[in-house]
Design a protein. Structure first.
Ligand code: B12
Lengths: 216, 258
């Protein structure tokens, strides 16, 4: 892990928004959003997990760090001005009970930067709400994020129900557990499972390219 | 001093250095399931490593957080106090996180959730407003077929670029489908004319004139409009008529002559 991430984690834990902003802005100058997320934010938050394992901090500290991290994300990546023709639609959510939403917030940003209209619900969205929004808004992609092992049985329910909607959305599953376990048993063969943020970043790029080629 | 561990008034678990459970208090039995007599089986799997790290028998008492599986929840946070005696027996007391800090943490989470849902609602309202505005813009320049050959587009309100964009696509589509010869734009209901409005208006004129050479007439221009349009370099071979009345009169004369 790099020094910047470690420092950033320190500022998150101190509640020092200004210094956290400074590090992120510096890194942003010569990196893409994807790089800032994958090599600055993600390792910083995971380092906070290490500190907890070493009994150096408490879960309460993690909550503060999460709030600061969220604020910094919102400040550095404010509402994205979309291109003129935004026709692709994606909906992003965490399963019911799941409070680990920071990763998904980053994924949402990548969708926006690739000219998708998004509805980002953050943490804890019960399936019935997901279904009713999806029926009405008809997103072509629904991205699910899952971090806690205990939520896995619910994943299957979400995937099955959302994939069977009349407009047949593509379900993409990611989050901490996707990088740790084989999630296929909780999905269908149509579900895309992505191990990390770089995979979805590449996928979004490919999709964009495919659209351009089709347009020619 | 001999004591009976069963009656300790706190959740207490006695373990050996391999984590085997040797005894526990009634308070512990009320919270945890002692089916397997190993302390790891009481924990969330991702807390096991942390307990191991802290279980190297030493004489120092340690205090740290672990997530336990309880009858109520698959991951409940506890403060664990652990000490080892000279016989390598571990004495573990697991106290639920004090309700004060749990309350604050829950409040923080709900504030965060509210903030993000407020954000989201604002965003949805903004989207709704934008849609309504676009609809209003389209309705500010309805396309009305008066005869088979002549159509009227009365414009209402201030003429800005956004409004003209909304009107343009509607006008072009209808003019194309209807095969008209003449389109009349009536400015009687127009308030201010803005620069970007005029430039979009010019674009619309050009497109219409290219399409089946439709001829364009403008009516209802007020002196202020004429001035602004002149200043903004509006120079087209369109016919200006002073009022809609004149235009309709002329149109009638023409159809009578046919
Ligand atoms: C910070 C943190 C929190 C924060 C939330 C942060 C957040 N992410 O929003 C708070 C304090 C709220 C929290 C709460 C809890 N946490 Co917590 N938390 C962590 C910690 C330390 C870091 C997680 C993190 O932020 N990582 C950084 C983010 C960016 O990574 P990420 O989520 O994986 O996302 C990346 C990728 O997965 C991917 N991605 C994410 N979503 C998606 C979606 C798609 C479609 C795709 C393609 C990709 C993708 O992109 C992201 C960017 O790189 C971890 C430790 C660890 N080892 O992970 C524990 C951890 C995940 N938490 C854990 C636990 C137990 C809890 C609590 C139960 C603790 C408690 N007793 O109160 C609660 C309950 C939460 C709940 N009900 O959901 C356990 C989970 C154990 C388990 N068995 O699953 C962990 C592993 C800690 C531990 N060792 O015990 N936590």
């Amino acid at each position: 892990m790099n020094q910047n991430s470690r420092e950033l984690a320190g500022f998150f834990l101190e509640g020092n928004i200004d210094e956290a902003l400074r590090i992120v802005r510096e890194c942003q100058r010569d990196s893409t959003s994807l790089e800032v997320f994958s090599s600055l934010f993600t390792p910083a938050m995971n380092y906070i997990g290490e500190l907890w394992e070493n009994s150096e901090i408490n879960v309460a500290d993690e909550h503060l760090a999460t709030a600061v991290c969220d604020m910094v994300l919102s400040q550095v990546f404010p509402g994205y001005v979309k291109g003129e023709k935004v026709t692709k639609k994606a909906m992003l959510l965490c399963l019911e009970g799941e409070q680990h939403y920071l990763g998904l917030k980053m994924i949402n940003r990548l969708f926006e930067e690739n000219d998708w209209a998004t509805k980002y619900f953050g943490s804890n969205l019960p399936l019935e709400y997901a279904v009713s929004t999806a029926v009405e808004w008809k997103p072509s992609v629904i991205a699910l994020s899952v971090s806690i092992v205990y939520h896995l049985p619910k994943l299957k329910e979400y995937v099955m129900e959302l994939e069977s909607l009349p407009h047949k959305p593509l379900i993409i599953v990611g989050g901490r557990l996707a990088g740790k376990y084989d999630l296929r048993p909780y999905c269908s063969e149509n579900t895309l499972i992505m191990n990390d943020i770089t995979t979805i970043g590449n996928w979004l790029g490919q999709y964009q390219l495919g659209e351009k080629v089709n347009a020619i | 001093m001999p004591y009976n561990e069963k009656y300790l008034p706190v959740p207490y678990i006695k373990i050996d250095e391999y984590g085997n459970i040797l005894n526990y208090s009634d308070e512990a039995r009320k919270i945890f399931s002692f089916e397997k007599m190993n302390v790891a089986s009481l924990l969330d799997e991702e807390s096991v490593q942390k307990l191991l790290k802290n279980s190297i028998p030493s004489l120092d008492k340690k205090c740290f957080e672990l997530n336990f599986k309880t009858f109520d929840s698959p991951f409940a946070l506890y403060d664990v106090h652990l000490s080892w005696d000279h016989d390598h027996i571990g004495h573990l007391v697991a106290m639920p996180k004090d309700s004060g800090s749990v309350r604050i943490v829950n409040q923080l989470s709900s504030l965060q959730q509210r903030l993000s849902s407020t954000n989201f609602e604002l965003y949805e309202k903004k989207e709704m407003l934008e849609k309504a505005l676009n609809r209003m813009n389209i309705l500010s320049g309805p396309f009305i077929g008066i005869t088979d050959r002549i159509a009227l587009v009365p414009l209402f309100g201030d003429l800005n670029g956004e409004k003209m964009i909304a009107i343009t696509s509607n006008v072009i589509q209808q003019a194309y489908e209807g095969d008209y010869d003449e389109v009349l734009f009536d400015f009687s209901g127009v308030g201010d004319i803005l620069e970007d409005g005029i430039s979009k208006f010019t674009e619309l004129f050009n497109i219409l004139m290219c399409m089946n050479s439709i001829s364009i007439r403008i009516a209802g221009i007020k002196p202020v409009h004429a001035q602004t349009m002149n200043r903004l370099g509006f120079d087209l071979e369109a016919y200006f008529d002073t009022s809609l009345k004149d235009v309709v009169k002329n149109a009638n004369k023409k159809s009578a002559a046919l």
